[in-house]
Write a protein that binds this ligand. Structure first.
Ligand code: NAD
Ligand code: IPM
Ligand code: MN
Length: 371
């Protein structure tokens, strides 16, 4: 039997609550012979409390060795005063950087049953299926210098640096064009070349890669501020949006609300395929954070985490039938009117995190039995 290793990093706040629901699904997959071997580690504030760092060296090694990492969420007010280097978010950033997960796929799909839960009108979001491709290991997140200096006159100066090299833009652009070829064949690149040098280079490199390597994929460009506006004006005009680390962070939270809730959006963070084996390093995580305002109360929507597992099955293990079955299970549960509070609507039945997880688990089992 194939062994597939998964490192689970539940993290903080609602992270562990959502991860518990995913573990039910892994158990179902294993009962059907999937052969997942799971290990657990600590990340974020929970790792800081145990080790004084946002991720231990030991867990980093396990992340590097695993076939895939499933990540919950990190952060929370409890750790507001820890040193900057040890803040919970640093654990996630180190994982992305050290695993070289440069490509972050953030699909925003509006399930038919949730068209009313969006903050936009039904006709604007019904049938929405777009993909935000966020560059994840460069830009202002990692550029140096990154400092706060005391100027000695009662003033301080903070510096963050946006850096992009040609190769970083080329490789994310190629992922975007390849993904577009499997979808509706359209890439929209977003930057701010009117203000930023990195935007000028971004635009130039994406244009060249498109012209030379992907002449059959339609490419257009938008300034990122206007892109944000278009995303809420007419989101269905997009197919794949390719953008930098910071714009991608913001635009994907915006896109989340098109689908009804931040609790709905999964993501996959992928590295380059290994030259010898073709395998990619990968981490799967919801787009949302640790939601301190609802943590510990069984209120979180686990669907973003569940859909992240579906992406893991699809991209790391080529378990396409199982990934499809899991996505159908989520759709069926939503169709049946079962809702967590964030996506609640009149006439629906409101449930908590674990009840939602149980409903998805039984729908998933039914889908697998039918196959
Ligand atoms: P957040 O995503 O945690 O929460 C924003 C809002 O969305 C909150 O009102 C929350 O209750 C709601 N929400 C989020 N996920 C939900 C879910 N699954 N079900 C129902 N409602 C949900 O963002 P924030 O409040 O800005 O940040 C809180 C902490 O999380 C911060 O420390 C931040 O750095 C961290 N964060 C971590 C990640 C991550 O680990 N990947 C991502 C974003 C933010
Ligand atoms: C995300 C989060 C992270 C980011 C934080 C927690 C470091 O907001 O994954 O969207 O800014 O990338
Ligand atoms: Mn974010």
């Amino acid at each position: 039997m194939t062994t597939r290793t998964l490192l689970l990093l539940p993290g903080d706040g609602i992270g562990p609550e959502a991860m518990a629901e995913v573990e039910k699904l892994i158990a179902i997959l294993n009962a059907a012979g999937a052969g997942f071997e799971t290990e657990r580690g600590l990340v974020g504030g929970s790792a800081y409390d145990a080790h004084g760092a946002a991720i231990s060296e030991d867990d980093m090694k396990r992340a590097l060795a695993a076939d895939a990492v499933l990540f919950g969420a990190v952060g929370g007010p409890k750790w507001d005063t820890v040193p900057y280097e040890a803040r919970p978010e640093a654990g996630l950033l180190r994982l992305r950087k050290d695993l070289e997960l440069f490509a972050n796929l953030r699909p925003a799909i509006c399930y038919p049953a949730l068209a009313e839960a969006s903050s936009l009108k039904r006709e604007l979001v019904e049938g929405l299926d777009i993909l935000i491709l966020r560059e994840l290991t460069g830009g202002v997140y990692f550029g140096e210098p990154k400092t706060i200096t005391d100027l000695g006159n009662g003033q301080k100066r903070a510096i963050d640096t946006q850096v992009y090299d040609t190769y970083e833009i080329e490789r994310i652009a190629r992922v975007g064009f390849e993904l577009a070829k499997t979808r509706r064949g359209k890439v929209t690149s977003m930057e701010k070349r009117n203000v930023m040098k990195s935007g000028v280079l971004w635009n130039e490199v994406v244009t060249r890669v498109g012209r030379e390597e992907y002449p059959d994929v339609a490419l257009d460009h938008m300034l990122a501020d206007a892109g944000g506006m278009q995303l809420v004006r007419a989101p269905k005009q997009f197919d794949v949006i390719v953008t930098d680390n910071l714009f991608g962070d913001m635009l994907s939270d915006v896109a989340a609300m098109l689908t009804g809730s931040l609790g709905m959006l999964p993501s996959a963070s992928l590295g380059a395929p290994d030259a010898a084996t073709g395998k990619r390093r990968a981490l799967y995580e919801p787009v949302h954070g640790s939601a301190p305002d609802i943590a510990g109360r069984g209120l979180a929507n686990p669907i973003a985490m569940v859909a992240s597992l579906a992406m893991c099955l699809r991209y790391s293990f080529a378990m396409i039938a199982e990934a499809d079955a899991l996505e159908r299970a989520v759709a069926a549960v939503l169709d049946s009117g079962t809702r967590t509070g964030d996506i609640m609507a009149p006439g629906c039945r409101q449930v908590g995190t674990s009840e939602m997880g149980d409903a998805i688990a039984s729908a998933f089992q039914a889908e697998l039995d039918r196959a």
